[in-house]
Ligand binder design. Structure first.
Ligand SMILES: [Zn+2]
Length: 272
């Protein structure tokens, strides 16, 4: 059953990759047909099947023979994998509520994923995606309130501390974590992370429970600083921008997919 989500993810990855590419090139990112990056020929449906088209065409454009960047294949497969993992972590039985809930996390992660691709290339955040995320969160919030669904726990370490806030927890979580990042941004004078990262953290705080959001940001910061350290060793200079959104994405995925196991491991380890 979950394999369907993987296959769907491959197609979705192709779509998200195109959105990110069009953002990078300042093109209309929703309503234009895919074309070869070299000869600009519009692609037919046969050339748009994820992974398969790439293999059949041996990674080249059918019209001009241009070598299609490996990025297309990598983004499609990565998206297939994360959509699959997300479905396994959210949907335990197929029913209306869990499918809609999945849909909300899926849109949230798609937004972060496109922002991550865009950040890798440009070190920028596109505000339209943040605003879209806020809009999706409001729908998510109304949906949960209407069906009286509890917020999902992905880790069990810190969430209970925030139970006290009830319905306004997402707002507390978003404000708390983004002001922490704002402080970091001000202290480092924007040299480590950008103001865009503060906005992304706000979105993460809204969608995840406060403890989960904190956990995912700690994981992201840990992975990001390993990468930063690697860059310093490689380029032998200290001041360089780090695209941070890809690490946020990784941190969120690790929290959603492994949060429960990691918490259990922690509790068992300390015999709590
Ligand atoms: Zn071409």
């Amino acid at each position: 059953m979950y394999i369907f989500f993987f296959v769907f993810g491959l197609f979705w990855g192709s779509f998200l990759n195109n959105i990110a590419l069009r953002l990078e090139n300042n093109e209309d990112f929703l309503f234009s047909r895919s074309k070869c990056p070299n000869c600009k020929k519009k692609l037919s449906w046969k050339e748009l099947i994820p992974v398969l088209s790439f293999i059949i065409q041996k990674g080249r454009c059918l019209n001009c023979g241009f070598k299609i960047p490996l990025r297309y294949l990598v983004v499609e497969i990565l998206t297939g994998v994360w959509v699959y993992l997300l479905s396994k972590s959210i949907i335990f039985n197929i029913n209306f509520l869990s499918l809609v809930e999945f849909l909300f996390y899926f849109i949230f992660l798609s937004i972060i994923f496109v922002l991550a691709l865009y950040d890798l290339k440009t070190f920028l955040i596109d505000d339209r995606f943040i605003i879209f995320g806020l809009f999706v969160f409001i729908l998510f919030f109304l949906f949960k309130t209407y069906f009286n669904l509890p917020q999902r726990d992905f880790t069990y370490l810190l969430n209970y501390v925030f139970n006290f806030y009830g319905k306004i927890e997402p707002l507390i979580s978003a404000l708390l974590l983004s002001s922490l990042f704002l402080l970091l941004y001000i202290i480092t004078k924007g040299e480590g992370l950008g103001f865009g990262d503060v906005k992304v953290v706000f979105l993460i705080g809204l969608f995840l429970r406060a403890g989960d959001a904190l956990f995912s940001i700690l994981v992201s910061s840990f992975l990001g600083s390993i990468y930063g350290f690697y860059l310093i060793l490689k380029n032998k200079k200290f001041k360089q921008p780090i695209p941070f959104v890809p690490f946020f994405f990784l941190g969120i995925m690790i929290t959603i997919v492994f949060g429960y196991k990691l918490s259990k491991f922690y509790f068992d380890f300390f015999k709590l």
